[in-house]
Design a protein around this ligand. Structure first.
Ligand code: DP6
Length: 355
């Protein structure tokens, strides 16, 4: 095969965003989490990344240009350049080729949904495909390496390389777990296999404090040890609930985690608040509707004001009615996004052999 023909000089992957149930909050060393986290990959909120690579003079410098939705983006370019320079010993190709990276999100950029997990993991998957196109790396080894390298770019990105639920961070209840990469959670009861995520956009503006700044504030947080202990217990309990199909425990853990995350922000020094009045209104409505209807639904939040409403597909129709009747009034311009658990990343180009 001639690898230098025009069509074979590019590779393209799609990778999803994910929503954490047990939250990663606080890190140590080089992107090592203070506590284990568990999330599931989404289906619609994905980034598509294509890397076109052309041979260049073999210098030590990484060289790239980065386009977001077809337009050159210098802010992203600087972030990618910094990351790729950091990991250049992992990839020979980084010194052999000039990279033109083209990325686009299928979800609105302004929706206030974190995109670093999907964008970083899709970029890493492209690089690994180029580097390993002739090596017979097993699918498991390929994904483990993708998870490891994604973690170095953005912690939550390491959980995006798997379908369904995954766990990142060492925990005594799962032997294969690691601080260095995420692992898929395979023993999942069917009641959790088709989880829906309706994302209620309370405010789409970029958050005031980045997650990276929030992680840093955990280092000297007065509740640091208690939070690490709590997250470890929650991870253990969630793994069990997912295995048994225990939706009541899932709801309790999911909501406690979301509120603990925000409590950490409110009690850090300096303290800050990312929830808004309408986030609290929605939370109140969700709890009331759950009490009145007996349906299995619950909320979680990322590091922002938007509410992820989670529920099984079986009750989708009723929940959508509830959203339209009672929640949209608290959303910015009636804005909400329909998503659900997804099947993980997908290779979009067909030039190379399929794994
Ligand atoms: C609240 O992965 O964005 O979404 O490693 O600094 O890139 P960096 O942080 P990031 O943090 C995500 C935090 C969270 C919880 C979670 O996804 O587990």
């Amino acid at each position: 095969m001639d690898h230098l023909t025009k069509t074979e000089n590019s590779v393209k992957w799609q990778s999803p965003s994910n929503i954490a149930i047990v939250k990663y909050w606080g890190k140590k060393g080089i992107q090592i989490p203070m506590n284990p986290s568990i999330s599931f990959s989404l289906s619609n909120a994905v980034t598509e990344t294509e890397i076109v690579y052309t041979p260049k003079q073999n210098t030590e410098e990484v060289s790239l240009d980065f386009y977001f939705n077809g337009t050159r983006n210098h802010a992203f370019e600087d972030r990618f350049l910094k990351y790729l320079t950091q990991i250049k010993s992992e990839f020979k190709l980084l010194t052999q080729f000039h990279l033109s990276i083209n990325s686009k999100n299928t979800f609105p950029h302004s929706a206030g949904i974190a995109s670093s997990a999907s964008s970083m993991s899709s970029m890493v998957l492209c690089l690994l495909s180029i580097e390993h196109k002739e090596k017979q790396l097993s699918k498991d080894a390929f994904l483990k390496k993708a998870s490891y390298l994604s973690r170095l770019a953005s912690g939550s990105a390491c959980r995006s390389v798997y379908p369904g639920f995954s766990l990142w961070g060492k925990t005594s209840v799962l032997h294969s777990s690691s601080d260095e990469y995420a692992v898929p959670l395979s023993e999942i009861h069917p009641v959790f296999n088709d989880l829906q995520d309706s994302i209620l956009i309370v405010n789409s503006k970029q958050k005031k404090i980045s997650s990276s700044a929030g992680h840093l504030l955990m280092e000297l947080h007065p509740f640091k040890e208690a939070r690490i202990e709590q997250a470890n217990q929650h991870a253990t309990q969630l793994i069990k609930a997912l295995k048994l199909g225990d939706f009541a425990s899932f709801i309790r853990l999911c909501e406690t985690e979301a509120l603990s995350l925000h409590a950490m922000m409110m009690t850090s020094n300096p303290s800050y608040v990312l929830m808004e009045a309408n986030s609290l209104k929605i939370i109140e409505k969700i709890r009331q509707f759950r009490n009145d209807s007996g349906f299995d639904l619950c909320f979680t939040l990322d590091a922002g004001p938007n509410i992820h409403l989670l529920y099984p597909k079986l009750i989708k129709e009723e929940i959508i009615k509830f959203i339209k009747a009672e929640l949209l009034v608290y959303c910015e311009s009636d804005n909400w996004i329909v998503d659900e658990m997804g099947n993980g990343p997908k290779k979009l180009d067909k030039q190379f052999y399929e794994r």
